[in-house]
Design a protein around this ligand. Structure first.
Ligand code: AHG
Ligand code: MN
Ligand code: MN
Length: 338
């Protein structure tokens, strides 16, 4: 690889900081810490089968879902990596019911970190791509003491940074600070993330739709009509292709690069869908919008929704602008709800 392209994650972050005088350098060190945590989690994920780390802990998480050991490992790794830099006043994780306060002897900072430590955990044992999702805000609560729940329930458009890591055929770290979306691939030879996707832009429309068709009979009528339309209409001689990994990070990473649409709808049984607004939908919407795409709950922009509780769910229609606008039209014009 020619040296001129030898752009590592740390160098990219520091150059980004210089380019934005308002940057305090704190976000740079937060991102560097997240890069370190990503490498450590990737190490565990890549040997999960060997380290006997897979398989159920027998415990259930706050949502009554079986928790795999890797979820807990990733959760604990992220807290350990992020709780001593003095950057955060509060954190929140999919794996903790309540907000997470910094240990008493640690310096309190002005940022808030929300994360899904391991996304797609049902895929761990089958060696299918999984990931980590993170979202960073500035605190809104006054003073310099510990943050509170309100700090964690901000609308998504207020995010400072959002990103994800996909542990797949390679480990890739994708983030945006609102000025472009950048992807870095881990070179295991010397453990550095190298810039592999400079300024990702999502295609205006795609030819792939991605959702769990097992739920078809619970879908809103407009969604059923939309999917049938994609299957019946031919684009350059072929209908849309269906692709569904079952890990949000993998499905959205593909959508970001290839275009198309990812959907986890609200349906008759679960009107708010399955995915969590604060640490799945908001960070992914922030990234996809920064790449020129669109993300709504079928009606309202995801980033404008005011979270009322930490683990609340939201329907999500996210991806290429033209594809999301078209499904919204089908939902709006459908005369029947289901
Ligand atoms: P998590 O493992 O963090 O709970 O997330 C799993 C989510 C998301 O990754 C994926 O898009 C969705 O679950 C798949 O749900 P279905 O199996 O219902 O399709
Ligand atoms: Mn998840
Ligand atoms: Mn998870």
């Amino acid at each position: 690889m020619a040296l001129k392209r030898f752009m590592t994650l740390p160098r990219h972050i520091l150059e980004g900081e210089k380019a934005h005088p308002e940057a305090t350098g704190e976000l740079s060190s937060i991102l560097l810490q997240l890069g370190l945590a990503a490498k450590l989690i990737s190490l565990e994920v890549n040997k999960a089968g060997l380290a006997n780390i897979i398989g159920f802990t027998g415990q259930e998480n706050v949502h009554g879902e079986q928790v795999k050991k890797l979820d807990i490992f990733a959760h604990e790794m992220l807290i350990k990596a992020m709780d001593h830099g003095g950057h955060f006043c509060v954190m929140a994780s999919e794996e903790e019911e309540d907000i997470i306060h910094l240990p008493p002897n640690k310096k309190i900072g002005k940022y808030v970190l929300l994360f899904d430590p391991l996304d797609g955990s049902s895929n761990i044992d089958a060696n299918i791509s999984i990931g980590t999702i993170f979202s960073i805000y500035k605190r809104i609560s006054p003073g310099n003491g510990p943050g509170n729940l309100e700090d964690c329930l901000q609308q998504g458009y207020k995010q400072e940074v959002a990103g994800y890591i996909v542990y797949g055929s390679s480990t890739i770290f994708v983030y945006t600070a609102g000025h472009g979306v950048y992807g870095f691939t881990l070179d295991p030879a010397f453990g550095e993330f190298l810039l592999s996707h400079d300024n990702i832009r999502i295609p205006k429309s795609g030819r792939i739709y991605s959702l769990n068709e097992g739920n078809y009979f619970s879908w809103p009528k407009g969604l059923k009509d939309y999917i049938k339309y994609l299957q019946a209409n031919y684009y350059n001689g072929k209908p849309y292709q269906a692709r569904y990994v079952g890990s949000m990070v993998a499905d959205i990473h593909r959508t970001l690069l290839y275009g198309g649409i990812f959907i986890y709808p609200g349906d008759r049984r679960n009107p708010k869908g399955k995915l969590r607004l604060c640490y799945e939908c908001n960070p992914m919407a922030f990234i996809v919008e920064a790449a020129g795409g669109r993300a709504t709950d079928g009606k309202e922009r995801i980033l404008d929704k005011k979270p009322e509780s930490l683990h609340e769910r939201s329907p999500i229609y996210i991806g290429s602008e033209d594809d999301v606008l078209l499904v919204e039209k089908f939902l709006r014009e459908s005369r029947e709800a289901y």
